[in-house]
Design a protein around this ligand. Structure first.
Ligand SMILES: Cc1cc2nc3c(=O)[nH]c(=O)nc-3n(C[C@H](O)[C@H](O)[C@H](O)COP(=O)(O)O)c2cc1C
Length: 383
């Protein structure tokens, strides 16, 4: 692995391996891990193996068009960068390089409400369409603040995440004793010495903050355990009525992320959501939930005439995206892949991730015999 550089990473898995060399193990585990026995994490990947592709021969595929629209917004390929918390832990520049890479690639970036860069700062420094992801703090005034700030900064959609009423039981983080920001004590010391570049940048760059909530929330803690923070600060009493209220307040495209069955998908459509993300938080929340690709098709059959359907969880290849589109999804979100890229090489690493997805998608579309995304349908895959 010593010789592996960004240019010699040919797949997302190569970038994952490179990122593992570049950052402390505790930080890598926070990105890479899932809840408890990581069954759902594996279910997400294993679901792709249950579907095979059905190539059509002798189609003119001399040029392939990956473009589509999402909630009325043109995008260059059917990918969205998922919201991820704490990005400054992974790279000293935080969320900005990720948002810039998305903008260059012509796709949407979703800023997390647990981000380390503010709503306004992303809007000021990065062009391109962006969404904002909401968690609901016990202090409900933050919600109204988010809505106002996103409107003022021209965010195209709000995305409410609904699969985190409490923090998942991520045992890798507990074993590693991960605090946010990391406490440089004896436990982490060796890990940090082995990654001098990460440690140097981390210590020299701006202090770590949850940039979207730090001004509104008074806290006497400058360091916290994520699970304890979330369980203390997030409101587990949020209901469909609250989601409906948010839709009414926002009056724009509204996405509900974390749906995993037909009943909830119907409910989301009933309250007027514009899109759902079929998601289990990348296997980080409820263990033993099904792989998202396994539940996608019935959801698409039930509600695709009423809202747009996005999916995430384990997307690592162009063929994965084609399978999801064939089952009825409009686009796929990726989380860990771009974080691996970011850890491996900053903005250039995220660029590389998006280049790999684009090249794989174009090649795979040609191999499967589809010139554009509208030609991908249920006949493109076999169970
Ligand atoms: C490090 C990390 C942090 C995350 N933080 C958030 C978050 O703040 N909000 C959210 O809705 N989802 C969050 N997620 C879940 C992602 O948005 C997405 O659902 C998941 O990563 C998709 O699976 P994948 O990583 O296999 O692509 C996070 C995921 C990771 C890996």
């Amino acid at each position: 692995m010593g010789k592996l550089s960004l240019q010699h990473c040919y797949s997302i898995n190569d970038l994952r391996l490179l990122s593992r060399c570049k950052i402390p193990r505790a930080v890598f585990d926070y990105i890479d891990g899932g809840a408890e026995d990581e069954i759902t994490l594996k279910n997400n990947r294993n679901a792709f193996d249950r579907f095979r592709l059905n190539p059509r021969a002798l189609v003119d595929v001399s040029s392939v068009d990956l473009s589509t629209t999402l909630l009325g917004q043109p995008i260059a390929m059917p990918l969205i960068l998922a919201p991820t918390a704490m990005t400054r832990l992974f790279h000293h520049e935080g969320e900005k390089p990720v948002a810039r890479a998305a903008s260059k690639a012509g796709i949407i970036y979703t800023l997390s409400s647990m981000a380390t860069t503010s709503i306004e700062s992303i809007a000021q420094h990065v062009e391109g369409p962006r969404w904002f992801q909401i968690y609901v703090w016990r202090d409900r005034r933050l919600l109204q603040d988010f809505i106002r700030r996103c409107r003022e900064s021209d965010y195209k959609a709000l995305c409410l995440t609904v699969d985190l009423p409490v923090h998942g039981n991520r045992e890798r983080d507990l074993k590693n004793g991960l605090t946010i920001p990391p406490r440089i004590g004896p436990r982490l010391l060796l890990d940090l010495i082995r990654h001098p570049q990460w440690t140097w940048h981390f210590l020299r760059s701006d202090p770590f903050t949850l940039a979207n909530v730090c001004e509104s929330l008074e806290t006497d803690q400058d360091r916290f355990i994520l699970k304890e923070y979330i369980d203390a600060q997030f409101d587990p009493s949020v209901t469909w009525e609250d989601a409906a209220w948010m839709i009414e307040q926002w009056q724009g495209p509204f996405v509900i992320k974390g749906i995993s069955n037909v009943e909830d998908a119907r409910r989301a459509a009933d309250i007027g959501a514009s899109a759902i993300v079929v998601s289990n938080h990348g296997g980080r929340q409820l263990d033993h939930a099904p792989g998202t690709l396994d539940v996608l098709e019935p959801i698409c059959i039930a509600v695709s005439d009423r809202l747009e359907i996005i999916i995430d969880g384990g997307f690592r290849r162009g063929t994965d995206v084609i399978k999801a589109l064939a089952l009825g999804a409009r686009a796929c979100m990726i989380g860990r892949p771009y974080l691996y890229g970011l850890c491996a090489g900053g903005e250039a690493g995220v660029d590389r991730v998006l280049q790999i997805f684009r090249e794989e998608l174009i090649r795979d579309m040609k191999l499967v015999g589809c010139r554009d995304l509208s030609q991908i349908d249920r006949n493109t895959i076999i169970n």
